[in-house]
Design a protein around this ligand. Structure first.
Ligand code: DGL
Length: 269
């Protein structure tokens, strides 16, 4: 499939392994009020974090096909894990299409830390990726980066358990080792984690800064569209949502994050 000529009136395609990318979409909506967004939650296949890079690449290409079939003018990979595994493959496949990915905000965290220790909470897939290794190489030698796979957190968000005692305990179990290592800055390296931000901040305490990449990515999307002459200038943007999950657990999260009438359509197989 080739990309037809792009128009500012076309929607922006966004996808994630599930609901996490909605945390990015919120920032994108705020930065691009006139643009239409198409969002795909691959919740039927979440979490991506433990899957092979090859599997994530193939699946991301399928989701890209679906969104391009709906006429998108850009792809926003609202997922750190899929960006690490698939951004390059998507750019190679559709060279004319702006593809915006994301990575954990290690650089801003390195600039902000006072203790010299930065904690990065992300999926196993992101932490094991060559892209993340390259990112760590850019951080000065005097900064120590402690990584922690946030096992179980994505699943908790997907189940809509955003503030249960079990989720609170799970969050604390991930944050405590980062604090013990001296981290005063914690990077949320997975787009599901901003849903747990309040719990994370409570577990970390007021001395610790928590950094999320959502707004930086939304700014980059706006900049790339602007450079390509693809920003929609007028109107009030709309959103359309698809999910590959059969159950409606995601619907509850979608509605508390978005308007009360927002709903997922079934992603065709
Ligand atoms: N939300 C995704 C990320 O930013 C991945 C979560 C997962 O499915 O493991 O990494």
């Amino acid at each position: 499939m080739t990309v037809p000529s792009l128009s500012p009136e076309a929607p922006v395609g966004v996808f994630d392994s599930g609901l996490g990318g909605l945390s990015v979409l919120r920032h994108a909506r705020a930065r691009l009020p006139a643009d239409d967004f198409l969002y795909v939650a691959d919740s039927g296949n979440a979490p991506y974090g433990e899957r092979s890079a090859g599997w994530i690449r193939e699946r991301s290409i399928e989701l890209g096909h679906f969104l391009i079939g709906h006429g998108v003018k850009a792809l926003l990979i609202a997922c750190n894990t899929a960006t690490a595994a698939a951004a390059q493959a998507l750019r190679e496949r559709w060279p004319g299409l702006p593809v915006i990915g994301m990575e954990p905000a290690v650089k801003p965290a390195a600039a902000a830390t006072r203790s010299g220790v930065v904690g990065v909470l992300a999926t196993t897939g992101t932490l094991a990726s060559a892209r993340f290794a390259a990112l760590l190489d850019t951080v000065g030698r005097d900064i120590r980066v402690i990584t922690r796979p946030g096992t179980g957190l994505v699943e908790a968000v997907e189940r809509g358990e955003l503030d249960t005692p079990a989720t609170r305990a799970l969050v604390a179990s991930h944050i405590t080792p980062l604090l013990a290592a001296g981290a005063d800055t914690i990077v949320l390296g997975c787009t599901h984690y901003p849903f747990l931000r309040t719990l994370i901040e409570q577990a970390a305490g007021p001395q610790v800064s928590v950094i999320d990449t959502g707004d930086a990515v939304a700014r980059q999307l706006a900049r790339k569209l602007g450079e390509a002459g693809l920003l929609r200038a007028h109107g009030i943007g709309t959103e359309r949502f698809w999910s590959s999950a059969p159950a409606d657990a995601g619907e509850q999260v979608l509605r508390c994050m978005w308007r009360g009438d927002a709903a997922f359509e079934a992603l065709p197989r």
